[in-house]
Structure formats: structure tokens, C-alpha cells
Write a protein that binds this ligand. Structure first.
Ligand code: TMP
Ligand code: ASP
Length: 235
């Protein structure tokens, strides 16, 4: 492993290690997969390699387009050097197409376009099952001020506006995407990962999901779909 210091944290899909510099960390991407708040568990062989490579490519693209991210360098197959941020405990979901929990909650038809894209905020708290919250809830929880919430929404739209055309050129429809942000030197930057684990990615020709829904819903061809996303995004 191309890690340097001790492990600081282990999540469901990644481990975080200390880096040589105190203001940096190393993300190590695992093959472990969970769904439905870890009630379903499994392994997607090679997923860590795919998610590291895809995230690195997309973070680099976003940086080129002026969106600040924590990405510094890909150190190896499964290791990424990143800035050490204080994560804002909010999962910012941006949606271009009806799917998943939105379809269920509001009774909307899966596959219908959403224009303009909508943003949803979830309170990142495993014990509570990451509940959907509004701005007032996040203020009540002292998680984010109105100014920070405005910035999170604005950044989510900017990320979406960069990723959507880039993926469309590769015949991938960006259905939705979960983003996490962190504070680094008093500035909000994009953190975590952008991968088939955290986005819904549909083949533009067949409409087939190429993302973690294949694991969540037991659709088969899980590994193959992750490899296909890597091929289209990174080649
Ligand atoms: P949802 O439709 O289940 O709310 O998911 C919206 C997006 O967020 C989808 O791209 C999958 C992603 N997501 C995560 O990255 N982590 C999660 O824990 C969940 C529930 C969704
Ligand atoms: N990763 C999440 C979990 O295990 C869920 C998901 O991505 O569907 O809770």
C-alpha cells in the first residue's frame, strides 16, 4: 500500500490514512460494498481501483473547470492523496432524472427528466439512516449556516454542469449524484469520491444502469459495469 501514516478512520468503502504532511490524507478505496444503510453487504471485485481512477479523473476535470476539490494525486491503484478537510456532515444529492428514493417518496415516474436539476440535502448520520433534511433542520443542528447552504447548492450545480456534458460525450447519462464537501483553510471544497458508488450512471443507448444500483438491486454484471464506466471515463 502506498500509504504513509497510521489509519485515521475506516468507512464502509474507504480507509483514511495520515499522509506525510499533516494537512493531507490518503484515501484507500476498498472493494467492500454496502447498501440500505449497511443491511446488505458484499464485495465488488476491482471496485476500489475503478472508484479511485474514476474519482481522480473527474476531480481533475472539475479542478480544470474551476471547481475546488480535495484531490491532489493518485498514488497507486487504490490510493489517492487528498487535502485533509473537515467534512460537512451533509450529503448533497443533485438529480437530473427521476430515480431511487425520489421516485418512491413523491410517486414520480423513473426516467423522467428533471429540468432544472434539483438538490436534496441529507444529514450524514448512520445511526439515523441519513435522513432527508431542510435548511432549517441543518441550522437547528448547527451543521451549516444559510451562507454555507447557499454555497453547497451552488457548488453542487457547478459540479453537475461540468460532469453532465463530459459523461454525455461518453454516452453516459448522469441521473443523479451524491456529493460531500469539506472545509480546508476556511474554504468549502468538494471531497470524498465521485464514482459508480455515488452516482447513478445510465448507458445512453440501452438505458441500463452502470452503477451501484446493479449491486443494490441484484441486476448482475456488477463488476463488468464498473469496468465499463472506468473505460469510458478514463480512456
Ligand atoms: P437515492 O435515490 O437512494 O436517494 O440516491 C441518490 C444518489 O445518492 C444516488 O446517486 C446514489 C447516491 N447515494 C450514495 O452515494 N450513498 C447513499 O447512502 C445513498 C442512499 C445514495
Ligand atoms: N452506502 C450506503 C450504505 O451502505 C447505501 C447506498 O449506497 O445505497 O448505507
Amino acid at each position: 500500500m502506498n500509504t504513509v501514516g497510521p489509519m485515521l478512520y475506516e468507512g464502509k468503502a474507504k480507509k483514511i490514512f495520515a499522509a506525510a504532511r499533516p494537512d493531507q490524507i490518503v484515501q484507500y478505496f476498498k472493494d467492500d460494498a454496502t447498501a440500505f444503510n449497511a443491511q446488505k453487504r458484499g464485495t465488488i471485485v476491482g471496485k476500489g481501483i475503478v472508484n479511485n481512477k474514476v474519482s481522480a479523473r473527474l476531480f481533475r476535470l472539475l479542478e480544470e473547470q474551476g471547481v475546488p476539490t480535495h484531490f491532489l494525486e493518485r498514488l497507486g491503484d487504490r490510493e489517492m492523496l487528498a487535502k485533509k478537510v473537515t467534512i460537512v456532515p451533509v450529503e448533497v444529492v443533485i438529480r437530473n432524472v427521476v430515480a431511487g428514493s425520489l421516485a418512491k417518496r413523491l410517486g414520480l415516474r423513473v426516467g423522467d427528466a428533471i429540468r432544472p436539476a434539483i438538490v436534496e440535502l441529507y444529514y450524514k448520520n448512520d445511526a439515523l439512516g441519513d435522513p432527508l433534511v431542510n435548511d432549517d433542520h441543518l441550522r437547528l443542528l448547527n451543521v451549516a449556516t444559510p451562507g454555507v447552504l447557499r454555497e453547497l447548492r451552488d457548488l453542487a450545480h457547478r459540479v453537475n454542469n461540468v460532469l453532465q456534458p463530459f459523461l454525455a460525450e461518453r454516452k453516459i447519462r448522469l441521473v443523479d449524484c451524491k456529493l460531500e464537501f469539506g472545509v480546508y483553510h476556511n474554504k468549502l471544497i468538494l471531497a470524498d469520491e465521485i464514482s459508480p458508488d455515488t452516482c447513478r450512471l445510465w448507458d445512453m443507448v440501452t438505458g441500463d444502469p452502470l452503477d451501484k444500483d446493479r449491486f443494490r438491486q441484484d441486476l448482475g454484471k456488477v463488476e463488468e459495469s464498473y469496468q465499463e464506466v472506468m473505460r469510458r471515463v478514463c480512456d
